[in-house]
Design a protein around this ligand. Structure first.
Ligand code: BGC
Length: 487
């Protein structure tokens, strides 16, 4: 993906003079489809707030609102060496983090490729591969396994997991294109522990965490003004701290005072699975229907990096199939699902040339497609519309959590490829937040709620949570339900 340039691309206003009428009409149609105006943003936020509450209720709703059993804010005094493992989409990252007890840390890390076939393969092969990478990591930094003492691991597993304790997590369902049989409905921790045992690795899974929870804790550790952790990457999600008294679904399961903090992994990607409020186009419907889990992660499918380019691709193909673009060209290569990713859209949006010659090059080299300048202008506008919709809808989630908790001034720590690399995502998100709250100043620096780059959640955050969990255990405090189910 390209990095944010210092300036906006040249204004596209007035540059449409040479675009023929039929393409201009098409642009207009896309503008109507993909624009989310302020009134709609507010409607979405209101519904979002009630769905967040519903997710915490005994009846539940479509947003899982998972209590994570991270029940302390970091103090900054956490100390010691911990392992962290992040099983994300593209890579597997293993780190050793040394917390120095003074809001700072040192990290060593290695990344291992996640072979795509493992994402749709068999469960045992997945866990064995993870254990193999951990073994390689320990061997390269500690020498012989035999000499290593017990290591505590914070395991970042960024999929919706029901947790009845911090070191258990029953996978509700795979997201982000993963589809491995035999894991959904099961606790992933014993599976990983078994793979460690097979290799005699002296590792205890002390905490199972979501990337958003890690991001929240890591960001708050380095700067206590951070009260929310959000990921806008391949998938999207957020975590924040609530209190036990606001979580009716834990009544009778965790007997602690109502003001006890509890980090909630919202899993907001599932917002509006019942299709009440989100502005879904026919392209979004198609992306959903052709995904491995139709009907799930409806919010995520409009926002996250995995789907943005796919929406774009379907729009482009539709125009071709209606005879509007790519006249007499063979689009076979472009018909392959997911053949482009969000970096493709980012490059189109960042093309610095008035005639969009970089975009021309992109279509030509990747797909052998010779585009006309008016076509490219249409593509640029389309990319801009899809990217803007993603950023504006993302802001609705942040605004909804702010409204639900009553937080009026705070920072949300954000991470993920879309947040870090998609052009203008931050600016567009900030603009939407400002519209939702009707802030008088349009300048981001004056906004009371800011979405800012986060501290490393799946490394430092995972290590901190492992450290916090060990301290709780040493103090004899709960890290799960009063009675932990034995299934
Ligand atoms: C997962 C979340 C995760 C998010 C960002 C979603 O698909 O369900 O658990 O936090 O992606 O990685």
């Amino acid at each position: 993906m390209v990095h944010l340039g210092p300036k906006r691309p040249p204004s596209r206003k007035g540059s449409m003079a040479d675009v023929p009428r039929n393409l201009l009409d098409q642009i207009k149609a896309f503008e109507e489809l993909f624009t989310v105006d302020t009134a709609k943003l507010n409607e979405i936020v209101d519904h979002f707030v009630s769905e967040l509450k519903k997710g915490l209720s005994k009846e539940g709703g479509s947003i899982p609102m998972i209590p994570t059993f991270v029940m302390d804010w970091p103090t900054g005094k956490e100390k010691g060496a911990y392992l962290a493992l992040d099983m994300g989409g593209t890579n597997l990252r293993v780190c050793e983090i040394i917390l120095d007890g003074n809001r700072s840390f040192d990290t060593i890390q290695s990344k291992y490729h996640m072979p795509p076939e493992l994402k749709v393969g068999d469960s045992e092969a997945l866990w064995d591969y993870v254990a193999e990478c951990m073994e390689a990591f320990i061997a390269s930094y500690h020498g012989s396994i035999e000499e290593v003492e017990k290591l505590h691991l914070g395991f970042t597993f960024s999929y919706p997991c029901t947790q009845y304790a911090i070191n258990h997590g029953i996978l509700q369902r795979w997201t982000k294109g993963f589809d491995i049989e035999g894991v959904e409905g099961k606790d992933v921790v014993p599976m990983l522990a078994k793979a460690f045992e097979k290799r005699n690795l002296p590792i205890t899974v002390t905490a199972l965490i979501n990337d958003t929870t890690g991001t929240l804790v890591a960001s708050n550790y380095t700067d206590p003004s951070f009260k929310m952790g959000v990921i806008f990457g391949t998938g999207c999600n957020a975590a924040y701290y609530d209190t036990l008294g606001n979580i009716p679904k834990l009544e009778g399961k965790v007997s602690l005072p109502p003001d006890t903090p509890m980090a909630i992994n919202t899993e907001w990607g599932a917002f509006d699975n019942e299709k009440v409020v989100l502005p879904r186009t026919k392209y979004d419907v198609q992306v959903d229907e052709e995904s491995p889990r139709p009907g799930q992660q409806c919010f995520e499918k409009l926002i996250s990096g995995l789907y943005l380019a796919e929406i774009f691709r379907l729009c482009v193909l539709d125009m071709h199939d209606c005879g509007l673009i790519f006249e007499n060209l063979d689009v076979t290569a472009f018909r392959k699902p997911y053949c482009i990713d969000a970096s493709f859209l980012a490059m189109i949006e960042m093309d610095p040339f008035e005639n969009l010659s970089e975009t021309e090059e992109l279509f030509l080299t990747k797909f052998g497609l010779k585009t006309t300048e008016p076509e490219r202008k249409l593509f640029r506008r389309l990319a801009e519309l899809i990217g803007t919709r993603s950023a504006r809808l993302s802001a609705c989630g942040v605004a909804a959590i702010a409204k639900k908790t009553g937080m009026t001034e705070f920072h949300a720590g954000a991470d993920g490829s879309v947040f870090n690399k998609y052009p203008f995502f931050r600016e567009r998100g900030a603009e939407a937040l400002s519209e939702i709250f009707n802030w008088p100043s349009k300048k981001q620096k004056d906004h009371p709620i800011k979405i800012l780059p986060a501290e490393d959640g799946s490394g430092v955050g995972a290590a901190l949570i492992a450290a916090m969990t060990l301290s709780r255990q040493e103090r004899g405090e709960k890290v799960g339900f009063d009675v932990i189910p034995t299934d």
